[in-house]
Design a protein around this ligand. Structure first.
Ligand code: GLP
Length: 260
């Protein structure tokens, strides 16, 4: 794991945007894995600005979102479909037919999940998977106890996660109980995983993910087994890390050719 600690989320998101932009420039048919939530918002703002100001071209790019609520229509303001169109897709030139988000309205959820896995394979696999992390250590919607080799499937949300989304749905009770999420095995197949975490409330989950044991109770910890997992944190999210000084030193002393 590579741990990059930045003074704030702006600078952290700047590094993430450079990593994604470089991939898109070098590989015009890149495949991106995308996340929702508040964490990647600044990354998406940066990508929109790079498209608008320097012509970063997403025409050939394919993307797959991590997850979606079951039973929430795409047009619902709190669906992840709406989130992605509002914050990214409506402002860049990604082709509509290359945008993939799990279909939470499917009448046959297991078939929709199998189709999603197949679509990722047909696209050639994911080059960079952007991830946030839940306060309970979930990535995507892989809640604690998720199989470390799980594939895209239905999951039941924990109360903690539903509570975190209650504002978006106008109350805890209104938050859907079920979701479709890429599995931990699906995420692990990505050639690079880029996890962003900001704020004190993520510090415990980040510490367990990086320095705790690999366990299904902290789904993010599976990234310890990934050959190219990069975690970009602000100071607060890194505040529970025992070896923070070491990670900071390593990053500052990277040879130029390795810098982002
Ligand atoms: C949701 C999403 C995750 C996201 C997490 C954290 O559960 N399914 O992909 O990482 O929330 O959200 P936030 O970035 O808003 O803290």
């Amino acid at each position: 794991m590579e741990i990059i600690i930045q003074p704030d989320s702006q600078q952290a998101s700047g590094i993430a945007a450079r990593i994604v932009a470089r991939l898109v420039q070098e590989k015009p048919h890149a495949v991106l894995g995308l996340a929702s939530g508040s964490t990647p918002l600044q990354l998406y703002r940066n990508l929109v600005a790079m498209h608008r100001d320097s012509g970063l071209d997403f025409r050939g790019v394919t993307c797959f979102n991590l997850d979606e609520y079951i039973g929430v229509p795409p047009a619902h303001p709190s669906s992840f479909h709406s989130y992605m169109w509002a914050h990214l897709f409506s402002q860049i030139n990604m082709a509509k037919e290359r945008i993939n988000i799990p279909d939470g309205m499917s009448a046959d959820i297991p078939a929709a999940c199998r189709k999603y896995e197949q679509a990722v394979r047909t696209a050639g696999g994911i080059d960079v998977q952007v991830l946030g992390i839940g306060t309970n250590g979930h990535i995507g919607f892989n809640e604690p106890s998720s199989s470390l080799s799980s594939r895209t499937r239905i999951k039941t949300l924990t109360d903690e996660t539903r509570l975190a989304s209650s504002a978006a749905f106008g109350g805890h009770e209104a938050v859907p109980t079920h979701v479709i999420t890429m599995g931990l095995g699906t995420i692990m197949d990505a050639r690079m995983c880029l996890l962003l975490a900001f704020g004190k409330k993520k510090a415990a989950a980040v510490a367990k993910t990086v320095e705790g044991p690999v366990t299904a109770m902290v789904p993010g910890s599976v990234l310890q087994m990934h050959p190219r997992a990069i975690l970009i944190l602000d100071k607060d999210a890194a505040s529970g890390l025992k070896m923070a000084d070491y990670y900071a030193w390593v990053y500052e002393h990277k040879p130029d050719w390795q810098k982002y």
